[in-house]
Design a protein around this ligand. Structure first.
Ligand code: MG
Length: 240
């Protein structure tokens, strides 16, 4: 009982002390958050860089050996066997929005079904795959960090439906001698559902062998041509 009374007295004293502090001391007025228009229905917010919004935006991209040659129509671009494409602009830490659609007609399985990929900084792949009732190795399905981290859940829609990735990426940091000081991290929402929760990457994506880091600065965003006619639309990025 004595203990309880002491505790109550202590709580009252602490409470009155906290109330005696000037609340303005803990108000932060150092940086006014810029006002932006958030856009509705996944439209880009007003401070985003539009990487692909309409057909002519293919000009923001290049192929690995020349101009980007993916087929465009209206607000979509389609993988067509002409190779990967990447942005002309380079990026570091970023928030990224990508919408993709795997083919309605299912003609293969596993890794051969709607395979493409969002390669952040050309090195770190968030896998694009038709993972609707299509089993493959878990760290290779849609929403995985390819060969590094399976998604927390499979949030895939049916083939032929538009899907979205919202990604927050922090680039790796390297010291002047090229050694890693901070790994890259990625958070991914697939169709609004968290599938990667601040995953720390083990290095660049590799198909065989184990990932490792090599020092680099800002790099382009790359979309993979894996031979399947995956479509993309509404691709935008915000530098962080
Ligand atoms: Mg892929």
């Amino acid at each position: 009982m004595k203990k309880l009374i002491l505790l109550l007295v202590a709580a009252c004293l602490f409470g009155s002390f906290a109330h005696s502090q000037d609340p303005a001391l803990t108000e932060d007025w150092t940086r006014k958050p810029p006002v932006i228009n958030p856009g509705c229905k996944q439209a880009p917010p007003s401070d985003a860089i539009i990487l692909f919004g309409k057909a002519k935006d293919i000009n923001n991209w290049i192929g690995t050996t020349g101009p980007a040659k993916w087929k465009t129509s209206c607000r979509k671009m389609t993988v067509n066997g002409t190779g990967d494409i990447m942005t002309k602009e380079k990026f570091g830490d970023c928030q990224l929005h990508v919408e993709f659609r795997t083919p309605l007609k299912v003609i293969s399985e596993g890794q051969g079904r709607g395979n493409s990929g969002v390669y952040i900084q050309t090195l770190y792949e968030v896998q694009v795959l038709d993972s609707y009732e299509n089993e493959t190795y878990y760290n290779g399905q849609a929403g995985s960090v390819y060969k590094q981290s399976p998604p927390l859940v499979n949030a895939s829609r049916k083939p032929g439906k538009w899907q979205a990735y919202n990604i927050v990426f922090h680039a790796p940091r390297f010291s002047s001698d090229g050694s890693l000081t901070n790994p890259a991290s990625v958070t991914v929402f697939h169709n609004g559902v968290l599938v990667q929760d601040h995953f720390e990457l083990k290095g660049g994506t590799v198909y065989a062998g184990y990932p490792k880091y090599e020092a680099h600065g800002d790099m382009p965003l790359l979309l993979q041509d894996h031979g399947n006619p995956v479509k993309y639309r509404n691709v935008w990025i915000r530098k962080l």
